[in-house]
Design a protein around this ligand. Structure first.
Ligand code: ADP
Ligand code: S3P
Ligand code: MG
Length: 220
């Protein structure tokens, strides 16, 4: 049976310091584009918290008995999103864990509503160069297997970033290590945002962005 591609970074998490105090016992869902590091960073966060780590794509693959690319090619993206929604609903019903969503999950209105109701969502934001570099040479993401991956990612950024910005928290990931990003996300979750005001209920708070947050267009 086909299995999902695992995070290929061979290095185990190196930050063994205790996780910051104040992490609420609530599932943390990482959202963001392909290559942002949701799977790798999520695994490291879970290790630090001593919580389970779940990769939604892996669960979809288990449920379907097919790899993601085969689900897309045999049944289409709509069928994949339906499966993804059901799998996310099941996972979000479970005890607190770190959950790496697939890049499109938060774009689905019903999946996004579930995430916002049952978890703390964190957008791992990355620029185009980082995303291109981290997805290059990989074939398990069907959306990047046709056309120019850079152009596909650029178009997805335009369409998706205004929606990802609805996550409770935003952490920008650059050339730093995955361990560093994991620490940043944990600190953001512990403080509830840059001012420690607790996760917002309407829109998100940016953490460590250093960039222009304004996105005024939203394409479904
Ligand atoms: N600082 C970093 N943070 C996260 N991932 C990184 C980092 N540096 C390199 N990577 C690599 O980027 C690739 C994509 O990461 P992945 O977690 O699969 O992204 P996503 O799940 O968001 O699509 C992986 O091969 C990972 O090892
Ligand atoms: O952005 C997307 O629509 C997708 C992202 C992938 O997950 P990653 O973001 O973990 O690569 C995977 O769910 C599928 O290929 C579709
Ligand atoms: Mg992933």
């Amino acid at each position: 049976m086909a299995t999902a591609r695992q995070c290929r970074d061979p290095s185990a998490p190196t930050q063994r310091a205790p996780a910051p105090a104040g992490i609420p016992p609530r599932t943390v869902v990482l959202v963001g584009l392909m290559g942002a590091g949701k799977s790798c960073v999520g695994r490291r966060m879970a290790a630090r918290l001593g919580w389970p780590f779940v990769d939604a794509d892996d669960e979809i693959v288990k449920a379907a008995g097919l790899c993601v690319a085969d689900i897309f090619s045999l049944y289409g993206e709509t069928a994949f999103r339906d499966c993804e929604r059901k799998v996310m609903a099941r996972l979000l019903d479970g005890p607190p864990h770190v959950l790496a969503a697939g890049g499109g999950a938060f774009m689905d209105d019903r999946t996004r509503a579930l995430i916002r109701a049952r978890a703390t969502s964190v957008w791992l934001r990355a620029d185009l160069e980082i995303l291109v570099a981290r997805t290059a040479g990989r074939t398990h993401r069907p959306l990047l297997n046709t056309g120019d991956p850079r152009e596909t990612l650029r178009a997805l950024m335009e369409r998706r970033y205004p929606v990802y910005a609805l996550a409770d928290l935003t952490v920008t990931t650059g050339p730093d290590s995955a361990d560093h990003t994991a620490n940043q996300v944990l600190a953001a979750v512990a403080s509830g945002g840059p001012d420690g005001a607790g996760p917002p209920t309407d829109g998100g708070q940016a953490m460590d962005t250093g960039r222009d947050d304004s996105q005024d267009t939203q394409t479904p």
